[in-house]
Write a protein that binds this ligand. Sequence first.
Ligand code: MG
Length: 190
Amino acid sequence: MHHVLYGLVEGHRKRRELGRVLTAAPADLATVDVDLARLYEEGTRALVFDFDGVLAPHAALHPLEETGVTLKNALQVFGAKNVYILSNKPSSERLEYFREHFSDIIFVSDVRKKPYPDGLEKVISLGGYEPQQVTLLDDRLMTGGLACLAAGAKFTYISKPYTDFSRHPFKESFFSFLRFFEMTLARFAA
Ligand SMILES: [Mg+2]
């Protein structure tokens, strides 16, 4: 099944769980605000970053300077090869960027797109983690959030994602609509 259709079906089916995730999530949480040391203290051993909205605005080729700092901090806290990128758009430019600038970060590719749990399951098997030792930072409930529910991983909802409406007005509008839609659905179900 196409991942978007699967997301709608699963999102509707698991709307109550997503609602609970949303209710528990802090408002206006940006990637740079996430307390990485606390995640480690709470048992996380592998940190997985979504790309679009989490490391940069949509369709950017590489992370922003400030999220680059977060990635370096994450490597300090979790150690080399315990930090991952799981994007539904694993373009060759992005892969190349990480190979060159962050060779200790693993860019997951060749998996079915979120909300399928395949990418998180690949992380779990690559590092030999328990599912609940893996935390995904993602700005989408119906892709990242659902993938975490299915894989048994933890989810940190980035409620204040990066956007750049001047560069990609249609893409950004579409994704803010999606975020609004899934938040409304989850909120009503909670
Ligand atoms: Mg995203």
